[in-house]
Design a protein around this ligand. Structure first.
Ligand SMILES: [Zn+2]
Length: 336
């Protein structure tokens, strides 16, 4: 076993002591897209003792361009991402306890899902759940590493509770839905998440071995331009999360989904959305599907899915009773 890790044990930042700490660590990865597949791969190969991978989605062909753990066979077998990741990684390192969980992480289940973790890694595609991770991280004193990538750009930040500023110090609340680019509307090239996922993995190793030189800045990269920047961040005096008001964990904000009985439709409410600009939203969505709108509602059809969006962000996803699917479509196309 030592031989397997010999190259990182020689590395002074880790050493034998660090390797032991890695093998006694438990990491939870929330979201297994491009970032999650990179961090899961790095940490399982590095010999972290236990890795839990949580994701709500199935694999689609357009994921294969950047989500390195998956292949065409996984799609033929219709595997959820969490299960495919678990199967592939068990073949990579059988000494690591790997657990794939298919779930939509929300304020009702997150505390149970992260219980006992030494570290949480963000591989999400929506901001809402990141604020939830931030709350749970501060409440249970578990560090977490934010990562995001879109188009050719990416950003990462390390949050150590009651030491570094938190995510809500940095970004006070999620921007209104509709103004955010998502991977489906802004596109993404694989080098952006690869770089960010790699930075997250290095931060994870540092935290797990107890290194002092953790990253205290926000790091942004542009893989296309080849640029790399750091921004210093500061604690925000009136940050609710730092003051122990866990509004996202308490379910005060955020997405609410309700299956509309007898209509085969799910309503998604997002209390954080301000007034939507249908003009902007239509411009983004029309390259992906069919869009029509008037001043009262916007109708968007993509593949077999039809969504009706109202100016306050309320959305009806038609032809389904699956709330998790509806939340996913909302995050994918509306944002937030
Ligand atoms: Zn804060």
């Amino acid at each position: 076993m030592i031989d397997r890790y010999s190259r990182q044990i020689i590395f002074p930042g880790i050493g034998e002591e660090g390797q032991r700490k890695l093998s006694n660590s438990y990491v939870v990865i929330i979201g297994c897209g491009a970032l999650g597949t990179i961090t899961a791969t790095s940490l399982v190969r590095a010999g972290v003792g236990k890795v839990r991978i949580i994701d709500r989605d199935f694999i689609e062909y357009h994921n294969l361009q950047r989500q390195v753990l998956f292949d065409e066979d996984d799609i033929r077998q219709q595997l959820p991402k969490a299960i495919a990741a678990e199967r592939h990684l068990k073949k990579v390192n059988s000494s690591v306890e790997i657990e794939g969980i298919v779930a939509d992480v929300n304020y009702t289940n997150i505390e149970r899902l992260i219980s006992g973790a030494d570290l949480i890694l963000d591989g999400l595609d929506n901001l809402e759940t990141r604020f939830l991770i931030n709350d749970v991280s501060l409440k249970h004193k578990i560090p977490w590493i934010y990562g995001g990538a879109i188009a050719s750009e990416g950003m990462t930040m390390t949050i150590v509770p009651h030491d570094t500023p938190c995510f809500r110090c940095f970004s006070s609340s999620p921007p209104s839905g509709g103004v955010l680019l998502t991977c489906d509307t802004g596109g993404v090239i694989s080098p952006a998440p690869f770089i960010i996922g790699s930075l997250q993995s290095a931060e994870a190793m540092k935290i797990l071995v107890g290194a002092e030189e953790i990253n205290r800045d926000v790091i942004t990269i542009d893989a296309w331009r080849g640029s790399f920047q750091r921004f210093e961040i500061f604690p925000r005096e009136n940050c609710p999360s730092c003051q122990g008001k866990y509004e996202f964990l308490d379910g005060k904000f955020g997405l609410r989904t309700t299956s509309l009985c007898g209509q085969n439709a799910v309503q998604v409410l997002n209390t954080k959305v301000g007034e939507l600009s249908f003009e902007e939203l239509a411009a983004r969505l029309k390259v992906l599907g069919k869009v029509t709108y008037n001043e009262f509602m916007l109708n968007f059809t993509v593949d077999s899915q039809e969504m009706v969006i109202f100016p306050d962000g309320r959305t009806i996803v038609k032809n389904t009773n699956n709330e998790s699917l509806a939340r996913g479509l909302y995050a994918k196309y509306i944002g937030g």
